[in-house]
Ligand binder design. Structure first.
Ligand code: HDE
Length: 722
C-alpha cells in the first residue's frame, strides 16, 4: 500500500486496498485476515460473541421460534445467499497459485516488464476448466479445457485466457451464444450434462463447417487429458508483441507441459466419471500439496508484421494454427504452480479473467473472435460477481497500484480519501495523471486502418478443411482409431439421421478414409460432399506436422505417476518396499490396495498400511499395477472380482503391469477370466520376474514402461471385456 500522506496531492487517490494475496509472499494484511478467520471465539458478522450456536430462540422449550432471533436470522440469511451464478461457460474449474520466470530478456520483441528480467518471479494464478458442464460435473468429460493464466505484473494484471487446444470452433464472436446453446444440455429437459454427444450440438456443428478443425481436436484424446499438468495450453488468437520503440510482431502463445502431453482413453474417462469425478482437480491439489509442482514452459511463435500474408490461412482466423513445422515455437520462460488456494470460492470461483487485461508490450490483433471476447468477460462478471467492483476482490487485485476516478457501486471496498474524483483537476494536484508510453503507459498499437463498415467474413477465412486434414494426417494409427471411435460414439448418440449424414458429408472434406471409417461405424454409406465444397480453397501442404501428434511428446518422467500395488494378507513385503523406494525417488507414488482397509500381514514382519480398499478404487485411477508374490495373498486376490477386474482393465488400457514370483498368477487368472478370448496377458509393458526379490532389470523395465505413459498395442487388448 502507498505510504503517501494526506499532505501529498496524490493521496486524493489512495485506494485503501491492500495488495492482492496472490503474491506468493503474502501481504501482511492478507496474512492477518487469514489468521483471524476462523478466530477463537464464535461471533456474528457484527462481532457479537455468540453463546449458543445449537438452539434457536423460542418461546418455551417446545414453543415457536421467535422472529426476534437476530442470530438465527443472520446465519440463515447468509446461508441463503451463499451461491452465486456459475460461469455461463467454463463453470467447472480448479485453480492454483505459482510463479512465472522468463529465461532471458525479450526486450528485442516486447517491452512487457515481466518478460525482461530472468531474476524476476512474477506471481500467477491459473484456473483450468471444462467448458460445457456445470460446476458439479465430472472432470473427465470429453471437452475443451480452459487454461487461464493471470500474471500479477508490476505493470498491472496480464490475463492469458486460453484453452488446451490451439483453435476454436467459430471465427466470429457473434456465433458464440449459438455454439454454447447447442452444446449445453438441451433446454426442454436439461439433458445431457457435460457432453457434446447429443442432437443439438451436432446439428449446429454440421451446419458450421468452420468448426471442423476444432471438432477434430475435440474427438481426439486431447479432449480427455491424463492431468492438467500433462496438457498443453494455447492463447489461440494471434496477439502482438510491441517493443520499446513501438515496433510490432505477431505472436501466438503456447504452454508446453514439462511432463509431456498425455491423455486418458475414452473407456477410462467414462469410468473415472463414476470412480472419481474430481480426478483432475484432485491430481492438481495433491501434486502441489506433495511438492511435485506442475510446470509448463511458455512458448511463442513469432511472425514479422511484413509476413502477415505469407500463409495459406489468415493469422486472424482462430480456426487455424500456425504449424510448428512452418514457425517453430521458441521457449521463453517457465510457469510453476506451487501453492494451492486457501479457499475455493474466494479464489478459484471469484477470479475474473479477461483477455483485455493487457500490459504495455502486448496488444491484440484484429481476430474477430478475440475482439468479441473483449466485451464479454467484464460484462459476465457483473451478473456473476454482482458489481463493477469485482477488481477489488483479493484474488482480482493487481499488485500494481490502482488509482483512478471510478467510484462507488455495489460492495465498494476502497475508502478513497479527498474530494477529487475527476480529471483534469487542480485540487488534487492533477493526480492521478496519464502516463505516456515512455513512462510505462499503455498505448494501443497504431495499426493503419481502412475499410468500409460491413458485415462480411473475409474470403481469407474460407478454407475450413485443410487444417483438419493436416491434423488427421499427423496422427499415429492409434490416435486415428480413437478419433474414429469418438465420432462413432458421439454421432451414435445423435437421433436424427440427417444430422449424422451432414456430418459425414463434412468429414469427406477432411479425409475420405476418416469419413468411410466413421460411416462404417455408424452403419451408413458415405454421402456426397456438401454443396459448394469444390469451390472452397484447399491445400494438402504441409503433408503433416509432428507437433500435432502426442507420439512426439516429452516422455521419460515419472513425476506424478501413480502405481497401484495389489496385496492381501501374507504378501511378500520386501520387493514392495524396494519398489516403493525406486518409484518415490523418481517422483511417482505407490498406493497399497487390499480387499479391506486397515493393515495387512506382510512377510517383512511389519504390518503394511492399506491406502485404499479394492471396492473403492479402480485401475483407471492409476498409471500402472504391481502384484507382489506371497501364496496366500495371491490366492486371495485371484478369488476377488475387484482384483481381477483391476488387472484386466489395466491391460485393456495399455498400462504397465508387473508381478514378482507367484504374483504373476493373478495376471494369468485375469487373462483367463476373459472367457473365450482368454489368452495370456503379454506383450510390451507386462513385466514379470520369477524370483521373490525385485532386481535392477525388473525395476528399470517397470519404471521405463511407466515413463512411456501407456502401450498403444497389445495382443487382444481391444477385445478385453472389462
Ligand atoms: Fe471464453 N468466456 N468466450 N473463450 N473463456 C468465458 O468469462 C466468450 C473463447 C475461456 O477460468 C466467460 O469469466 C466469448 C475462446 C476460458 O474463469 C465468458 C467468446 C477461448 C474461460 C466468455 C469466447 C476462451 C472463458 C464465462 C467468443 C480460448 C474461463 C465466465 C467470442 C482462447 C475463464 C467468464 C476462467 C470464460 C465468453 C471464446 C477461453 C462468458 C463471448 C476463443 C479459459 O465471458
Amino acid at each position: 500500500m502507498s505510504k503517501r500522506t494526506n499532505d501529498d496531492p496524490a493521496s486524493e487517490n489512495l485506494t485503501g486496498l491492500a495488495p492482492s494475496p496472490a503474491d506468493a509472499n503474502r501481504s501482511e494484511q492478507a496474512a492477518a485476515v487469514l489468521a483471524e478467520l476462523p478466530g477463537e471465539s464464535l461471533t456474528t458478522n457484527q462481532g457479537l460473541l455468540i453463546s449458543d450456536n445449537q438452539n434457536s430462540l423460542r418461546a418455551g422449550v417446545r414453543g415457536p421460534t421467535l422472529l426476534e432471533d437476530h442470530i438465527l436470522r443472520e446465519k440463515i440469511m447468509h446461508f441463503d445467499h451463499e451461491r452465486i451464478p456459475e460461469r455461463v461457460v467454463h463453470a467447472r474449474g480448479a485453480g492454483a497459485h505459482g510463479v512465472f520466470e522468463v529465461y532471458e530478456s525479450m526486450s528485442g520483441l516486447t517491452k512487457a516488464g515481466f518478460l525482461q528480467d530472468p531474476s524476476l518471479k512474477t506471481p500467477v494464478f491459473v484456473r483450468f476448466s471444462t467448458v460445457a458442464g456445470s460446476r458439479g460435473s465430472m472432470d473427465t468429460a470429453r471437452d475443451v479445457r480452459g487454461f487461464s493464466v493471470r500474471f500479477y505484473t508490476e505493470e498491472g494484471n496480464f490475463d492469458l485466457v486460453g484453452n488446451n487446444m490451439p483453435v476454436f470452433f467459430i471465427q466470429d464472436a457473434i456465433k458464440f451464444p449459438d455454439l454454447i446453446h447447442a452444446v449445453k444440455p438441451e433446454p426442454h429437459n436439461e439433458i445431457p450434462q457435460a457432453s457434446s454427444a447429443h442432437d443439438t450440438f451436432w446439428d449446429f456443428i454440421s451446419m458450421v463447417p468452420e468448426s471442423s478443425h476444432t471438432v477434430m481436436w475435440l474427438m481426439s484424446d486431447r479432449a480427455i487429458p491424463r492431468s492438467f499438468a500433462m496438457m498443453e495450453g494455447f492463447g489461440v488468437h494471434t496477439f502482438r508483441f510491441i517493443d520499446a520503440a513501438g515496433s510490432a510482431s505477431f505472436v501466438k502463445f503456447h504452454w508446453k507441459p514439462v511432463l509431456g502431453v498425455h491423455s486418458l482413453v475414452w473407456d477410462e474417462a467414462v469410468k473415472l466419471a463414476g470412480k472419481d469425478a474430481d480426478f483432475h482437480r484432485r491430481d492438481l491439489w495433491e501434486s502441489i500439496d506433495e511438492g511435485r509442482y506442475p510446470e509448463w514452459e511458455l512458448g511463442v511463435q513469432i511472425v514479422a508484421e511484413e509476413d502477415e500474408h505469407m500463409f495459406d490461412f489468415d493469422l486472424l482466423d482462430a480456426t487455424k494454427l500456425i504449424p510448428e513445422s512452418l514457425v517453430p515455437v521458441q521457449l521463453i520462460g517457465k510457469l510453476t504452480l506451487n501453492r494451492n488456494p486457501d479457499n475455493y470460492f474466494a479464489e478459484t470461483e471469484q477470479v475474473a479473467f479477461h483477455p483485455g487485461h493487457l500490459v504495455p508490450g502486448i496488444d491484440f490483433s484484429n481476430d474477430p473472435l478475440l475482439q468479441g471476447r473483449l466485451f464479454s468477460y467484464s460484462d459476465t462478471q457483473l451478473s456473476r460477481l454482482g458489481s463493477p467492483n469485482f477488481h477489488e476482490l483479493p484474488i482480482n487485485r493487481p499488485i500494481a497500484a490502482v488509482a483512478n476516478n471510478q467510484r462507488d457501486g455495489h460492495m465498494r471496498q476502497a475508502i478513497v480519501r479527498g474530494r477529487v474524483s475527476y480529471e483534469p483537476n487542480t485540487l488534487g494536484g492533477g493526480c492521478p495523471m496519464q502516463r505516456p508510453w515512455e513512462q510505462g503507459g499503455f498505448v494501443s498499437h497504431a495499426e493503419p486502418m481502412q475499410g468500409e463498415k460491413v458485415r462480411v467474413r473475409s474470403p481469407s477465412f474460407a478454407d475450413h478443411f485443410s487444417q483438419p486434414g493436416l491434423f488427421w494426417r499427423s496422427q499415429a494409427d492409434w490416435e486415428q482409431a480413437h478419433i474414429v471411435d469418438a465420432f462413432c460414439f458421439e454421432l451414435g448418440k445423435v437421433t436424427v439421421p440427417a444430422i449424422r449424414e451432414r456430418m459425414l458429408a463434412n468429414l469427406t472434406q477432411v479425409d475420405a478414409a476418416l469419413a468411410q471409417r466413421v460411416a462404417d461405424g455408424l452403419g451408413m454409406s458415405v454421402p456426397p460432399p456438401p454443396a459448394g465444397a469444390e469451390n472452397l480453397p484447399h491445400t494438402d501442404k504441409p503433408a503433416m506436422d509432428a507437433a500435432l501428434s502426442m507420439v512426439t511428446t516429452r516422455k521419460g518422467s515419472l513425476i506424478g505417476r501413480k502405481v497401484a500395488v495389489l496385496v492381501a494378507n501374507d504378501v511378500d513385503g520386501t520387493p514392495l518396499e524396494s519398489l516403493r523406494v525406486a518409484l518415490t525417488a523418481a517422483g511417482a507414488t505407490l498406493k497399497v490396495i487390499a480387499p479391506q482397509l486397515g493393515e495387512i500381514r506382510s512377510s517383512t514382519g511389519n504390518p503394511l498400511k492399506v491406502d485404499h480398499s479394492l471396492p473403492t478404487v479402480g485401475s483407471v485411477q492409476f498409471d500402472a499395477v504391481y502384484v507382489p508374490g506371497g501364496a496366500k495373498s495371491v490366492d486371495a486376490l485371484c478369488n476377488n472380482a475387484h482384483a481381477l477386474l483391476f488387472v484386466k482393465e489395466a491391460y485393456k488400457h495399455g498400462k504397465p503391469i508387473a508381478a514378482t514370483d507367484d504374483g504373476a498368477m493373478l495376471i494369468d487368472k485375469a487373462a483367463h477370466s476373459n472367457g473365450n478370448q482368454g489368452g495370456a496377458f503379454q506383450g510390451p509393458g507386462v513385466i514379470t520376474a520369477s524370483g521373490k526379490m525385485v532386481n535392477g532389470d525388473f525395476v528399470e523395465s517397470f519404471l521405463a514402461a511407466i515413463a512411456k505413459h501407456r502401450v498403444t498395442e497389445r495382443p487382444d487388448m481391444a477385445v478385453i471385456v472389462a
